[in-house]
Design a protein around this ligand. Structure first.
Ligand SMILES: O=C(CO)COP(=O)(O)O
Length: 251
């Protein structure tokens, strides 16, 4: 079911003490909020169980930033879907551009990861988006279309209940440069039209499509006001309780 979501991707930030502190601050900040918006935070692997314990009883959900596609085995340093679900997690972020750029993840690996996550009944926040050169060469729609088709469009329609999309133009991540609300809406409408063509209007209208890339308290409201933008995946601004809360309130 399509829902507004504000998710914080903490990336490689916050040690155990900082994780506890930020969650405590967030809990206080969101406790009085009358909101239907789902609030998700994605701390680093080593602090997931701690975060899960700290967030218990609040409206804050905890997600992982990544997982390995194999069930288990000789993959030093990796984490499986089963390990995530075993500590009560329900959601994993997959396909972030930093994973693609620095760790060589591609459509083939991501297809395996999405399949493994869904087999373990994890919800997937699937990230994708074009590079600056793609946008400059007017190739951004083609890039996004192939990223979605190659990984997600072989899934059965029923799997889409467990998919959240996060459009993150790479040129807007951590740069302070956001897509304009119009650029975000244009791409989100295009994404929804692709899903309509492949799966029909019902599936398309039920998918939450988040925007990510330099969302801040001062631009969130305008971006979120667009019809096909169902919230955001927030990096830097999710590391401060006050900023993250302001973004949640902007929905
Ligand atoms: O990558 C992002 C979220 O996954 C966005 O990061 P910033 O909000 O820091 O640009």
């Amino acid at each position: 079911m399509r829902k507004n979501i504000v998710a914080g991707n903490w990336k490689m930030n916050n040690n155990a003490e900082q994780t506890q502190q930020l969650i405590n601050d967030l809990k206080t900040a969101v406790s009085g909020l009358e909101t239907e918006t789902r609030i998700i935070i994605a701390p680093t692997f080593v602090n997931l169980a701690l975060a899960q314990n700290n967030a218990a009883g609040s409206s804050i959900e905890v997600a992982a930033q990544n997982m390995h596609q194999a069930k288990n085995g000789a993959y030093t340093g990796e984490i499986s879907a089963d390990m995530l679900t075993s500590i009560g997690l329900q959601t994993v972020i997959l396909g972030h551009s930093e994973r693609r750029t620095y760790f060589g993840e591609n459509d083939a690996t991501l297809t395996e990861k999405v399949t493994a996550a869904l087999e373990n009944e994890l919800e997937v926040i699937f990230c994708f988006g074009e590079l600056l050169e793609d946008r400059k060469s007017d190739n951004h729609f083609n890039v996004v279309e192939s990223q979605l088709k190659n990984v997600l469009f072989n899934l059965p329609a029923s799997s889409w209940e467990k998919i959240v999309l996060a459009y993150e133009p790479v040129w807007a991540i951590g740069t302070g440069e956001t897509a304009s609300p119009e650029q975000a809406q244009e791409m989100h409408a295009f994404i929804r039209s692709l899903i309509t063509d492949q799966y029909g209007a019902e599936v398309a209208s039920n998918v939450s499509i988040l925007y990510g890339g330099s969302v801040k308290p001062n631009n969130a409201e305008e971006i979120f006001s667009k019809e096909d933008v169902d919230g955001g995946l927030i990096g830097g601004a999710s590391l401060k309780a006050q900023d993250f809360t302001a973004i949640i309130k902007a929905i």
